[in-house]
Each structure stands twice: as C-alpha cells, then as structure tokens.
Ligand binder design. Structure first.
Ligand SMILES: Cc1cc2nc3c(=O)[nH]c(=O)nc-3n(C[C@H](O)[C@H](O)[C@H](O)COP(=O)(O)OP(=O)(O)OC[C@H]3O[C@@H](n4cnc5c(N)ncnc54)[C@H](O)[C@@H]3O)c2cc1C
Length: 410
C-alpha cells in the first residue's frame, strides 16, 4: 500500500467543531496544521445545530460574525418549557453582555464548511477529508505523529503535537491509553423531524409530562424533535411498533396529529446514546485531547458544540507560540487542561444534577409532574431568567481569542 509522509506542526484528528476551530485558529496564527476528517464531507445526520452566544462572540472577535450570520439560521431568544400544565420561560438570552442575545440555529455542516472555507485563506491550513486516524507514531513514550487511512493509501504525519478532536468515541484517546471517568446518564434521546405549519407556534419548547420529555426546536420550515426515553429503552419502544410511538407524540402535543405520519418508519428516527464522561488527564507527551474526546457532554442545555469551540480557543491561545517554536512540553499541555477543567466540570456537574433531579424523576412518573419551586420563580421574577441564559449561552469563564493573525511559520 502507498505511504504518503507529511511533516507538520500540529496534526488534528477530527473535523468537528473542536478540530476545525483549532485548525482554523492555529493556521491563522501562522502554525502549519493538518486536520484529518474520516468522512468525505460534513453533511451528516443531525448532531446539534445550536451556536450559542459564546461561540458567536468568538466569531465576532475573529471579524467573521457578519459573514457567518448571512448563513440561513433561526434566532432563539428565549427557551420555554411546559411542565405538567404550566408554561415556564426558562431562559432569556436578550440581556447577555455579548454581541448576540440569542442562540443561532445553524446546521452543523454549514458551521464546519464555513470554518473550512475561511481556513483556506491561510497557507498553513490543510484539511484532509477521508483520512481516518488509526495509529500513533511513537518515539519511546513520546507521541511523534499519527497514521491515517485514506482512499489513496496510508498517510503518516510527523507532528510536534497530535490533537485528538475525534469525538465521544475517540480512537486517539483509546490508543494513547488515557483513562476515562464515566458519570452515567439516565436517558437516551430519539431525534426526528416533523414539518412546520404556518399556524404553529414558533417558539422552541420542551414538554415535561408523566414519564415523557419532548422537545421541539424551531428550524424554520421543520421541527427538529427530541423524544427523551429511559436509558436503554429504545428496543422495547421499537418492539411496540411505529404507530405506538406516533400516538405517544400526539399525546404529548395533539397539534402534531396531522403530521406524525411523516415518521414513516424507524429509519426516520435516530438514537443518541447519551454519555457523560471525562478524561482524568487530557494529554500525554506529544498528544492532547479536546472537545467530546476529552469530555462527552449530556445534551442538556445543548452546550456540546460550544464547549468544544471554547476548548479549541483556549488550546490555540496556549499552544500557538510553542508550536511555532517547534516544541510543546508536557507542562504546556497541562495548562490547557488546567484552563478548561473547571468550566467543563462545573457544566457537567449541573447536567448531572438536572439528569438526576429532574429527568430521572419525570421519566419515572406516572402522574403529571409539577414545576419545581425554583422554576416557578422564573415566571414570577423574569429577571431570574437571565441566570440560566448566562449558564447556557455563555457558560463558565468564556474564552476570548488571543491568537494573532500571522504569516505562516514554514
Ligand atoms: C444526535 C446528537 C445531537 C446533539 N445535539 C446537540 C445540540 O443540540 N447542541 C450541542 O451543542 N451539542 C449537541 N450534540 C453534541 C455535539 O454534537 C458535540 O458535543 C460536539 O459536536 C463535539 O464536538 P467535537 O468536535 O469535540 O466532536 P465531534 O463533533 O464528534 O467531531 C468529531 C469528528 O471527528 C471525526 N472522526 C472520528 N474519528 C475519527 C478518526 N479516527 N479520524 C478522523 N476523524 C475522525 C468525526 O467524523 C467527527 O466529524 C449532539 C450530539 C448528537 C450525536
């Protein structure tokens, strides 16, 4: 088999939000980068489309916000929930101290294509599609590069640093033997689309009823729907047949009775097996993991993409200079974990709290749930809705772009 050998400053496995943002920022700072993505394009099943105010702020700092918001999108300024019979506005993003007081719903492939297009402006940015990282190059205990399968043959990349941004099932973190702590999740999520009609309410809404949670995200001409089920419950639901599933949806939202037939079969329904985990150590000499590869997030709050982007910004801020100098010591990699550990741990702690106290309870209920007291306060004192908006929209200790725009290093 043909072997192609490449030398670069930074080899990134994974062209998701973390890998593409890191590749973009490093190339912009004059670092030579190869981003490997195993698929031929970014156009895949729904994987979350929520671009939060913190990520929009980064786009603003990069001077790309106006161009980015020219992409077709929906703006969500508030998030509401119906708990039992009571409607509660859970978060109001309009008061955030950011350029954008809203979440932009933009298909993830549009976001990734946008970064790829803008990355091409920099000579150090090399995106290799259909390159699947499947081996590490070692010199003793030090990782010195990565090996990937491509349609043309084997690709060997010698790199000052290898970054595992290859998602929640990361190959690189497994190959590097990094230890994962699994925090568990009580639920899985079924994703599907239903068309949107002119007379529909347009807001993004979650419904919490006895034993069921159903979320509808407004995507312009369709609803992206999330149906939350107890962990491992998909096979039992499937066995009852698609008609039973359709009836459950109508019971949660009778207005959908005219279109549940659009779910023609289980092929239209995608299962997200929810995981919450975190690496104990995100690095070893020559390798760093970021994004879902370092910490898979629960879908609560829809923060996964945004935390991946925040990791990339923090990593680029810390790494661009050592990478240009051709050496990244282990203690520099430790600084990236130290910078991101607290925001990730606090976000996961909140998600685990909601999973345990709210999701598990609602999924186990046979009677209609009532809103917890703190939620009722959000209706009585609207100013309080700014707190969840800040946690979801900006997160803990938001990052800012500190990397320069520089000519390439080689
Ligand atoms: C169904 C679903 C719905 C979600 N909804 C939301 C949401 O609404 N909001 C939100 O913020 N988050 C959501 N998420 C989570 C979000 O998608 C992730 O948290 C986020 O994409 C993490 O970014 P990442 O770059 O770390 O990893 P990923 O986005 O997983 O990207 C990893 C990339 O690496 C590639 N890859 C994997 N292995 C290799 C390899 N060996 N070599 C080369 N390439 C490789 C993959 O093809 C992928 O493109 C959802 C996830 C799923 C699955």
């Amino acid at each position: 088999m043909a072997v192609e050998t490449v030398t670069t400053d930074c080899a990134i496995a994974g062209g998701g939000p973390a890998g593409m943002m890191l590749g973009f920022l490093l190339a912009r700072a004059g670092v030579d980068v190869v981003v490997m993505e195993k698929h031929a394009d970014f156009f895949r099943d729904f994987r979350g489309d929520t671009i939060h105010p913190s990520t929009l702020e980064i786009m603003h700092e990069l001077g790309l916000l106006d161009a980015f918001l020219k992409l077709p999108h929906q703006k969500v300024r508030e998030i509401a929930g119906v708990i039992g019979d009571e409607r509660i506005t859970l978060a109001d993003f309009t008061h955030l101290p950011t350029q954008c007081g809203f979440i932009a719903f933009i298909p993830q492939w549009d976001f990734l294509n946008f970064l790829a297009e803008h990355g091409k402006r920099y000579p150090g940015f090399h995106l290799r599609m259909q390159a699947e990282a499947d081996g590490l190059l070692m010199d003793g205990d030090t990782i010195t590069g990565v090996q990937a399968k491509t349609p043309e043959g084997l690709l060997e990349i010698q790199a000052t640093l290898v970054v595992g941004a290859d998602g929640r099932h990361s190959t690189l973190r497994a190959l590097a033997g990094l230890e994962v702590e699994d925090f568990g999740a009580p639920m899985d999520v079924l994703w599907f689309r239903l068309s949107k009609r002119a007379r529909d309410e347009s807001e993004t809404l979650g419904r919490f009823q006895a034993g069921r949670i159903f979320i509808m995200l407004n995507r312009g001409d369709y609803w992206q729907c999330a149906f939350v089920i107890p962990k491992g419950g998909f096979e039992a639901l499937r066995a009852q047949g698609i008609e039973v599933f359709r009836k459950e949806i109508v019971a949660l939202n009778p207005a959908l009775s005219d279109r549940v037939g659009e779910i023609a079969s289980w092929d239209e329904v995608k299962l997200l097996t929810v995981r919450v985990d975190r690496l104990k150590r995100w690095y070893r000499q020559g390798l760093l993991c970021i994004g879902d590869a370092a910490h898979a997030m629960s879908p609560i709050g829809g923060v996964g993409i945004n935390l991946a982007v925040q990791d990339a910004v923090a990593a680029a801020n810390i790494l661009w200079e050592p990478l240009r100098q051709g050496r990244v010591a282990e203690d520099v990699l430790a600084k990236v974990q130290a910078r991101r550990r607290l925001p990730v741990e606090m976000t996961q702690a909140l998600q685990l709290f909601v999973q345990k106290r709210i999701i598990s309870n609602v999924l186990g209920m046979t009677a209609q749930p009532r809103p917890p007291f703190v939620f009722t306060l959000l209706n009585r004192f609207p100013v309080l809705r700014r707190i969840p908006a800040r946690l979801i929209g900006m997160g803990f200790r938001p990052e800012h772009v500190r990397t320069p725009e520089m000519p390439p290093s080689r």
